[in-house]
Design a protein around this ligand. Structure first.
Ligand code: SF4
Ligand code: SF4
Length: 305
């Protein structure tokens, strides 16, 4: 039995936006990037993390008594107020067992490849009838390279189509192999200007673009995802540079323009992290113009994933 394990923070059944057909998408925890606009902040750290929904707290105080490091404070006046000192919290999760309201939960559950595959296999009739399959995302799907490679192989042995959603910042040989062996890649391109890329995501784009060119040269089917964030990577010059690069890669099937949104904001609160992004939504008219810009480079482009 395979003993490799990885933490999963979410599984979506019946997704239409993570590749072709109906898909089951699994999100692995851990990512080498720290994008300012990240909408899955619970996918950044590799370890399971305490998830706090303070509004569900009834003030019973059970958690205060069991916390071994005194990280929890509950006050009742003028209303119930649950405070977690994240500097003290060790994510031991002992408080979860005594919280019955759902105020304390966790992001991330460890799975072996076999355990995860058993969950994914249950949906195989949907994959078969729709031309869908399994999508492995994150976080970064290749952050656990051996695990992801093993999962891709196991799906393929069972005739299940595989897609990997990747930020492209992959340096391990098994991580590269996983990308090479998956049937489809959803590959993020967040910018061409390297200095801006470093500032926006915490890493240079050199490895990302090198991997993208390598995978495209193999003829790998790729859907490119371009997050568009006003003031960060939406200058016309930057968008044209992205479009020009993509138009030179013959195996790009489609480009998805991902306009900024704030769906992840509540998760920053649940993690006790500060939400730093402060931008306005992109008007539909401007999104259409960006789509037209990419189409003018001969790229099959759509708005959204
Ligand atoms: S996870 Fe552990 S350390 Fe953190 S608040 Fe709960 S009991 Fe305390
Ligand atoms: S155990 Fe849950 S409901 Fe009770 S005080 Fe702690 S967080 Fe609130």
């Amino acid at each position: 039995m395979n003993k490799l394990k990885a933490p999963v923070f979410h599984i979506i059944h019946g997704s239409f936006v993570d590749g072709f057909g109906i898909r089951t998408t699994v999100f692995l925890k851990g990512c080498p990037l720290k994008c300012i606009w990240c909408c899955n902040p619970e996918g950044q750290a590799f370890n399971p993390e305490l998830k706090v929904t303070a509004g569900k707290c009834n003030g019973c105080g059970n958690c205060v008594e069991v916390c071994p490091v005194g990280a929890i404070k509950v006050t009742m006046e003028p209303e119930v107020n649950l405070i977690i000192d994240r500097k003290l919290c060790t994510n031991c999760m002992e408080c979860l067992d005594v919280c019955y309201t759902g105020a304390l939960e966790k992001f991330g559950e460890n799975y072996t490849v076999d355990e995860l595959f058993a969950v994914l296999k249950k949906d195989e009739l949907f994959y078969a009838s729709s031309g869908g399959g399994v999508t492995i995302g994150g976080g970064e799907a290749t952050w656990y390279p051996e695990f992801t490679l093993e999962l891709v192989r196991k799906c393929k042995e069972n005739y299940i189509h595989t897609a990997i959603d990747t930020c492209g910042y992959v340096t391990s040989s098994d991580g590269i192999k996983a990308l090479e062996e998956a049937d489809l890649l959803l590959f993020d391109v967040k910018g061409i200007n390297d200095q801006k890329h470093l500032k926006n995501t915490g890493v240079s784009n050199q490895i990302i673009l090198k991997n993208l060119k390598h995978l495209a040269a193999m003829g790998k089917a790729i859907i490119i995802r371009v997050p568009v964030i006003p003031g960060y990577n939406d200058a016309e010059e930057e968008l044209r540079a992205i479009a020009e690069l993509l138009s030179s890669l013959k195996s790009v099937r489609r480009v998805d323009i991902m306009a900024v949104h704030e769906y992840g904001k509540v998760k920053y609160e649940q993690l006790g992290k500060e939400y730093l992004l402060n931008v306005q939504p992109i008007p539909q008219e401007r999104q259409e113009k960006i789509k037209a810009l990419f189409e003018s480079y001969g790229l099959n482009t759509q708005l959204g994933g």
